[in-house]
Design a protein around this ligand. Structure first.
Ligand code: FES
Ligand SMILES: [Fe+2]
Length: 402
């Protein structure tokens, strides 16, 4: 099948119908019940530690392909959940992700933010690693006679390029397949948007004074679109109107109707594309959201701070399906970014950062996620289940150790 037919005709028709029915009935896709979450879920240090362990087992975006050079040996350094990463382009075009930690006595190996090298030499005693991570040479090797060098390569993490993005799980030996996580249907839909060949317009990272789940909640939440964002986002998106599809255990798609959707109520289904009348958010648990709109993509990566439950990091990448060719195209993308910044800083984060203080001092014990807050409910339930599984595995380990 031709790739560009991938959102199936029938799927497009059904999605349009679902969204228009929600607009007509002022409804949305609902959860079975409300969900009550203890407020302590946002600032309990013990829970936060466990969540960092959970988050470490899943993939995160560490770069757009444009950020790493074309040539073999091109590299960037970055950090994910406290782990220093060295990402190096290999001769076959793939990228390997290493822990930026020397196998001798643990110094950081590569200090530059980016560059191109054949050999990565640790500055402390000059142990030198190849671009494949193998330990090549060390000064005064007679001091290490008998050491099997093949066992002292840089520690490698699962790393995959998918949809033009570099994904890493910062846990050695974990399995990684973004296509599998998204599920065949949603993976094909994302592929169909042309994200793999996209151009990175902007990228910025913020350190936020709020728990990582509050930050994720903000991107899952469509209930607030026409409540908080009355003068901005609500001009073109419907609030509280969502088509929700859970494809895989840890990935789901949230489609939000644009105000314009009712224009195609009676139109010939082959005369328009539902994606021009909606916005889709493909969430890859725990903290990645691929938000696709007709002219651009917003890629969100949210992770907790490893020490402070009240701090998280949010990276947003604005991508364009192609490099802008005219000043007008550039201006439109720039406008998208400005609108996003305005709503985020003056509206979303301005409000949600107050949750942090209220968790500590507000003397409110429980929070409620309504039936209309289905994506947020799924997110919180999944985190809770993963923490429970972690607890159970630890308890089982403790029994075996006795
Ligand atoms: S710590 Fe890297 S060479 Fe000694
Ligand atoms: Fe918002």
């Amino acid at each position: 099948m031709c790739q560009h037919e991938f959102m199936e005709r029938e799927e497009k028709i059904q999605l349009t119908k679902r969204l228009i029915a929600h607009v007509d009935n002022d409804s949305t896709d609902y959860a079975e019940d409300m969900l009550v979450v203890p407020f302590s879920a946002f600032n309990d240090p013990e829970l936060a530690k466990k969540e960092v362990e959970v988050v470490r087992r899943f993939p995160h975006i560490v770069a757009h392909v444009d950020e790493i050079g074309e040539k073999t040996g091109s590299f960037i350094t970055t950090e994910l959940l406290g782990t220093g990463l060295l990402l190096v382009k290999q001769s076959d075009g793939s990228v390997k992700a290493f822990s930026n930690t020397c196998r001798h006595r643990g110094s950081k190996v590569e200090f530059s933010e980016s560059g191109c090298k054949r050999v990565f030499a640790c500055p402390y005693h000059n142990w030198a690693y190849g671009k494949d991570g193998d330990l090549r040479t060390m000064p005064h090797a007679d001091g290490f006679e008998g050491l099997d060098r093949s066992q002292y390569s840089l520690v490698e993490f699962p790393c995959e390029i998918r949809h033009g993005l570099v994904w890493v799980i910062p846990t050695a030996g974990a399995d990684l397949s973004i296509a599998e996580i998204l599920g065949a249907k949603h993976d094909a839909e994302v592929a169909d948007t042309g994200m793999a060949d996209s151009y990175q317009v902007r990228k910025e990272t913020w350190k936020l004074d709020m728990n990582w789940k509050i930050t994720v909640d903000g991107v899952q939440d469509t209930y607030h679109l026409c409540q908080l964002h009355t003068k901005t986002v609500c001009n073109y998106l419907e609030g509280n109107i969502v088509a929700y599809d859970h494809q895989q255990e840890r990935s789901w798609r949230v489609v939000v109707a644009r105000k314009s959707i009712t224009e195609v109520r009676d139109a010939d289904p082959d005369s328009y594309d539902v994606r021009d009348y909606s916005l889709a958010n493909y969430t890859v648990y725990p903290g990645t959201m691929l938000v696709t709109e007709p002219g651009h993509f917003e890629i969100w990566t949210i992770v907790p701070d490893v020490d402070d439950p009240n701090v998280s990091y949010c990276t947003i990448r604005l991508l364009s399906p192609k490099k802008p060719e005219t000043p007008r195209e550039e201006r439109i993308l720039e406008k998208n970014w400005e609108l996003l910044m305005e709503t985020l800083h003056a509206e979303d984060w301005f409000v949600t950062k107050t949750i942090t203080d209220n968790a500590a001092f507000g003397q409110v014990n429980e929070l409620i996620y309504g039936r209309n807050e289905l994506p947020g409910q799924v997110f919180h339930k999944t985190v809770m289940a993963d923490v429970e599984a972690l607890d159970a595995a630890r308890a089982a380990d403790a029994v075996t150790a006795q």
